[in-house]
Design a protein around this ligand. Structure first.
Ligand code: SF4
Ligand code: SF4
Length: 684
């Protein structure tokens, strides 16, 4: 007995000593800060921070790889607690929220078969892609609901998930488990940068809107009498609902599915109705802004495109300042459209809304006359967006006979040739590049060489076979020292202060094939200055960094619109080479400019999202509908002819009455990709 106790005691002492030695040998230092941060984290292990669990995120936060506010489940209080542990200031984080993107449950969607298997969407999708005909329709088995660690989801009566915004932390678990990518995380910033993709449920009308407005959603709100909510939805992607509601060329209506029944829904008149309601209500709808970033961006040009870019940059949390050469904002909207179509008080209300949202504006200050790119970059702007318009704008202004060189080293080919013909020689330096411009480019090249130029490069997107030049013309031009670059596009300019030093061109067939060419001037054959983003060269102009003088800079090209037929360079086929024909195109370009700047500022590549729906993308749709009762389109009431004669500036179109708007909104079929509202009885 005593022996046994002694043996056990000795064994215990030996084991204890062994463990003590092992703990010294295999000791791993754990930073007490990691333990403290992990303690502060909620322990949900939801993965919403992008790390496999709270421990991994705690280590990443202490290592500086993850933000103290990265825990979506913890919220601002926990972010503050973690920041206090680390002794840093917490940066504000914009909340994400889950958003289901399917509107038609089993009862209303077309089915391929009846599914009666395992109640899990991930299993159901394995059987011929799921039972719905729609390839991106919700399978309705609630896998997302069961996966949500915060009980923020439930299945609604139509078998579609419903989000409780008070409980949703934006952890993204639902997004990760949904086999159909129906639920995605969304926020103000994400919505500003949204381009429709083939994974989204979209109606024909919204796909064709250059501003990307969610048309069925705002018409639904009008139908339900929520007019201000309709305006909020429009302003998500378009800060000019009053203007567009009056002068938009409404490409959406040409593709409206209602055309298969009778006449298109009066989408634009409905937009005007909602926007007029806002103006008359005295209650301005402002869409929330992302937390302030402290980053300053300049926008040159106070027309529709520039104001739109500034509006969205402001909503992305940046400090946006518009510089406009004229004494007023609005550009062609004010100078080119008669008041009886777009009254100035209406335009002013809309522009004031943009300014009230926080955009700064400086009028009567012209780039090239009152300030330069260099002076802007010296002020610490992290990007300068160019939205200066072109010939249409200038013909209506007073400066149509000025040969402008507003961008460092860049001019319009038309200005160069007109000045030459008028007897003025424009100094373009010894090395010149001309982008596009057909035969005029060749004429200008010869003038450059006659005036002492040493090299001229001509850049064309087209193949040599589709160029306007004969073989003989090309051979003779080459003998004179003119170098042709076919199937190429301008992708970057690099300079310093007010000088252009070099450009980069890429080849259309192989974007990676690039060439850098040193030049003094670039003349563009297009009728307007290109939309470019000037940024200080890496390391320059960043917060805290000393700004060099003159400031070295380079340009970025905004990512292509859905209408571009190629992705490389500026002035892509399908995108306008002169002023925009429709204000809504300029608005779309302004939003994409802001989104491209956001990509750059957050370190993302400036490119269109994968699977973006393009003009020629084949999207599943319908060419006939089950019987839908006919209902005539509401007519826009107009000012009587005698009143128009007596007061030619008075607005002609008077806007829908509320009854008309409700009737017209009820004509909308609330289309999804292939689903639509099947109306049993007469719509009226
Ligand atoms: S959203 Fe996705 S996971 Fe949720 S019920 Fe629909 S298909 Fe299933
Ligand atoms: S019916 Fe409505 S949702 Fe469908 S295309 Fe026309 S406006 Fe858009």
């Amino acid at each position: 007995m005593i022996e046994g106790l002694l043996i056990m005691g000795v064994l215990g002492v030996l084991c204890g000593a062994g463990l003590a030695v092992a703990s010294k040998i295999f000791y791993v230092y754990v930073d007490p800060k990691i333990e403290a941060v992990e303690e502060a984290l909620p322990g949900a292990n939801c993965g919403g921070c992008g790390y496999p669990g709270c421990s991994a995120n705690a280590a990443a936060i202490v290592a500086g790889k993850s933000s103290p506010s990265s825990c979506v489940a913890g919220g601002p209080d926990i972010a503050e607690e973690i920041a206090a542990i680390l002794g840093v200031k917490v940066e504000a984080r914009e909340p994400d929220i889950a958003a289901p993107g399917c509107s038609y449950g089993y009862q209303d969607a077309d089915l391929k078969y009846l599914y009666d298997g395992v109640r899990d969407c991930r299993a159901a999708v394995l059987l011929n892609g799921g039972s719905k005909v729609c390839p991106i329709g919700c399978l309705g088995l609630g896998t997302c609901v069961r996966a949500c660690p915060f009980d923020a989801l439930s299945m609604g009566p139509d078998n579609l998930p419903v989000v409780d915004p008070d409980l949703c932390t934006g952890c993204g678990t639902c997004e990760r488990v949904c086999p159909r990518h129906i639920i995605t995380l969304t926020s103000n910033s994400r919505r500003i940068q949204k381009e429709y993709t083939t994974d989204d449920c979209t109606a024909p009308c919204q796909r064709s809107c250059p501003a990307g407005i969610n048309i069925p959603a705002y018409i639904r709100e009008i139908r339900e009498g929520n007019y201000l909510e309709a305006v909020r939805i429009i302003k998500e992607t378009n800060p000019f609902p009053l203007v567009c509601g009056r002068i938009c060329v409404h490409p959406c209506e040409y593709v409206c599915r209602r055309n298969l029944v009778d006449e298109p829904v009066a989408i634009n008149h409905l937009k005007r109705f909602a926007a007029d309601f806002e103006m008359k209500s005295g209650e301005r709808v402002q869409v929330p802004r992302a937390p302030e970033t402290g980053k300053r961006i300049a926008v040159v040009g106070g027309g529709a495109e520039g104001l739109t870019a500034a509006y969205f940059l402001n909503r992305l949390g940046h400090e946006a300042t518009v510089y406009e050469g004229a004494p007023y904002l609005g550009g062609l909207l004010r100078s080119g459209i008669p008041q009886n179509r777009l009254p100035w008080d209406v335009l002013d209300y809309e522009i004031n809304g943009i300014l009230e949202a926080g955009v700064q504006a400086v009028t009567n200050k012209k780039l090239g006359r009152d300030f330069t790119m260099d002076s802007l970059l010296k002020q610490g702007y992290l990007a300068v967006f160019i939205a200066t318009g072109g010939w249409d704008a200038r013909l209506l202004g007073k400066d149509h006979d000025e040969a402008l060189r507003v961008l460092p080293g860049v001019g319009l080919l038309v200005d160069f040739l007109l000045a030459q013909r008028g007897g003025t020689k424009l100094d373009v330096g010894e090395h010149v590049m001309i982008v596009e411009g057909g035969k005029s480019a060749l004429e200008a090249s010869r003038i450059c060489l006659e005036q002492g130029g040493k090299s001229v490069h001509l850049v064309f997107r087209n193949t040599i076979e589709h160029s306007p030049f004969s073989e003989d013309e090309i051979r003779k031009a080459e003998q004179q020292g003119i170098e042709f670059h076919f199937e190429a596009a301008l992708t970057k300019m690099v300079g310093e202060g007010s000088s252009l030093n070099s450009v980069e061109i890429s080849y259309v067939a192989d974007e990676e094939q690039k060439q850098t060419i040193e030049i003094d001037s670039l003349l563009t054959g297009a009728g307007r200055f290109p939309e470019l983003i000037y940024v200080p060269r890496v390391g320059e102009g960043e917060e805290g960094a000393e700004i060099q003088s003159p400031v070295p800079w380079e340009t970025l090209v905004p990512y292509p619109s859905p209408f571009a037929e190629q992705d490389v360079g500026i002035f892509r086929p399908g995108e306008p080479i002169s002023d925009y024909e429709a204000v809504v195109e300029a608005i779309g370009a302004g939003r994409r400019g802001a989104s491209s700047i956001q990509h750059y500022l957050t370190g993302e590549e400036v490119k269109a999202p994968e699977h973006m729906i393009r003009k020629n993308t084949q999207v599943l749709s319908l060419d006939k509908l089950e019987p839908v009762p006919e209902a005539p389109r509401e007519k826009m009431p107009e000012r009587p002819a005698e009143e128009q004669l007596a007061n030619p500036d008075a607005e002609i179109a008077l806007g829908y009455t509320e009854d008309q708007a409700l009737r017209e909104a009820n004509r909308c079929l609330q289309c999804g990709l292939i689903c639509y509202r099947r109306v049993e009885k007469s719509l009226h």
